[in-house]
Design a protein around this ligand. Structure first.
Ligand SMILES: Cc1ncc(COP(=O)(O)O)c(C=O)c1O
Length: 422
């Protein structure tokens, strides 16, 4: 593979095996507290120069000029005292948009899900959620480590939903002292592993009905909630309506540098506020970080919600182009259960997930050498995510790079690489 200045050398499978073995040794020893004989693992995501076409995630967006100006000019106060007018305005705007009584600004989607769980659950309770949801797979077991709860993990279906009959069967018997106590149902909208499928109002209502019939609340991990709103052309308050709590991220498709918001009833958000404090997330003059969020949720030219339709159109364009390339295949599983050709109809929001009939790491390296970044995703797949920084021309350039990368790696053997998330 040609080496270009500024690009990081590809990481070999042997190197990965060494790093994994070193990590296993540290875990066997009990912790990182003991002196390590083996070197620490390399960072999962090596530092790179900004590439022209970065499709790894919608988290790579940079704040717009208007956002930077709003940050510089934000009115601030001590938010732990409730004095920051910009944070207060953001929380009120988020709550009003989603038709809830109150909102809470938090540092990240993971913190949003954590405070949401802490505010709903007590130690020893259990959440019913999908096995491949972010909450289960990608939050460092925060539900167990911090919240003190277990997960009843159910299969992810290709439309992004949980089988609600299975949900109903999964509630524990509260009279049986052996069992944990079911305390929450959580769904993810959009649902990442099914290629970002948006979950409908009707489904959200049906999930809430099952949860409520068993006396527990429904939480929506809406990291990309507004992608669902735009894809389904629904009112955000209608989509959030059946849920008791929703978290959504400002720092993904909405292009803000940081932040998520948790919304729910006033009493619930009060508990979430206490939980945020417990986690060390009580911030002070944080209006400088809330200001881009307020702008992103605004109507008009600086708002970031309605423009998500462009990201969806670009994802669709990318999926259509990739589907025509020999060597690009269905990702399988929840992302696309039908084998064979990649089905562009699966790209309904800003995710494209596919498989290559090649060595995946070699293909990703060959793409990167052409200035295009995508990530390895679970089950041997690859993920590309469109966002504010990606134009239709970038999509066309990506397709040209993919064609060339497929040709360059045509003889490579199919191997596995570490999956990434975000
Ligand atoms: C569905 C989902 N939920 C939660 C998160 C967590 O967000 P953050 O990375 O801001 O912690 C992510 C991040 O990608 C996500 O995809």
């Amino acid at each position: 593979m040609p080496s270009l200045p500024g690009l990081v050398a590809p990481r070999s499978p042997a190197g990965r095996a060494r790093r994994l073995e070193a990590q296993r040794r540290r875990v066997r020893r009990g912790s990182d507290r003991e002196p390590a004989e083996a070197p620490l693992p390399e960072p999962r995501y090596p530092r790179r120069a900004m590439h022209r076409i970065d499709l790894r995630s919608d988290t790579v967006t940079h704040p717009t000029s208007a956002m930077r100006r709003a940050m510089a000019e934000a009115e601030v106060g001590d938010d732990v005292f409730g004095d920051d007018p910009t944070v207060n305005a953001l929380e009120e705007r988020a709550a009003a948009l989603l038709g809830k009584e109150a909102g809470l600004f938090v540092a990240s989607g993971t913190m949003g899900n954590l405070v949401a769980q802490l505010a709903h659950l007590g130690r020893g309770q259990e959440t019913i959620a999908s096995a491949e949801s972010h909450l289960v797979m990608d939050e460092a077991a925060g539900h167990a480590v911090v919240v003190g709860t277990s997960i009843r993990a159910l299969p992810d279906r290709p439309d992004g939903t949980l089988n609600l009959d299975l949900v109903a069967e999964s509630f524990r018997d509260p009279e049986d002292p052996h069992e944990p106590i079911s305390g929450l149902v959580a769904i993810e909208n959009t649902h990442a592993h099914s290629m970002g499928q948006p979950l409908s109002v009707a489904y959200t209502q049906a999930a809430a009905d099952v949860a409520h019939a068993h006396g527990v609340p429904l939480h929506v991990d809406g990291a990309r909630f507004f992608n669902a709103v735009v894809a389904l052309r629904v009112d955000p308050a209608a989509l959030a309506g059946p849920a008791d709590s929703v978290t959504f991220c400002l720092s993904k498709g909405l292009a803000c540098p940081i932040g998520s918001v948790v919304v729910g009833s006033r009493a619930y958000v009060w508990r979430a506020r206490r939980a945020r404090k417990l986690l060390g997330g009580g911030m002070r003059q944080v209006g400088v970080l809330a200001a881009p969020g307020l702008l992103a949720l605004s109507d008009g030219p600086d708002g970031m919600i309605s423009r998500l339709a462009e990201d969806h159109a670009n994802a669709r364009r990318l999926a259509e182009g990739l589907a025509d390339l020999a060597g690009i295949e269905s990702p399988g599983g929840a992302a696309q259960p039908t084998p064979g050709r990649l089905d562009p109809d699966r790209a309904r929001t800003n995710f494209v997930i596919f498989r290559v009939a090649r060595d995946r790491a070699a293909f990703l390296d060959a793409l990167e050498a052409r200035g295009v970044l995508m990530v390895a995703y679970p089950h041997g797949t690859i993920r590309a995510v469109t966002h504010l920084g990606i134009t239709a021309d970038d999509v066309d350039a990506t397709l040209a790079a993919a064609r060339a990368a497929l040709a360059e790696t045509a003889g490579s053997t199919v191997g596995a690489a570490a999956p990434a998330s975000a």
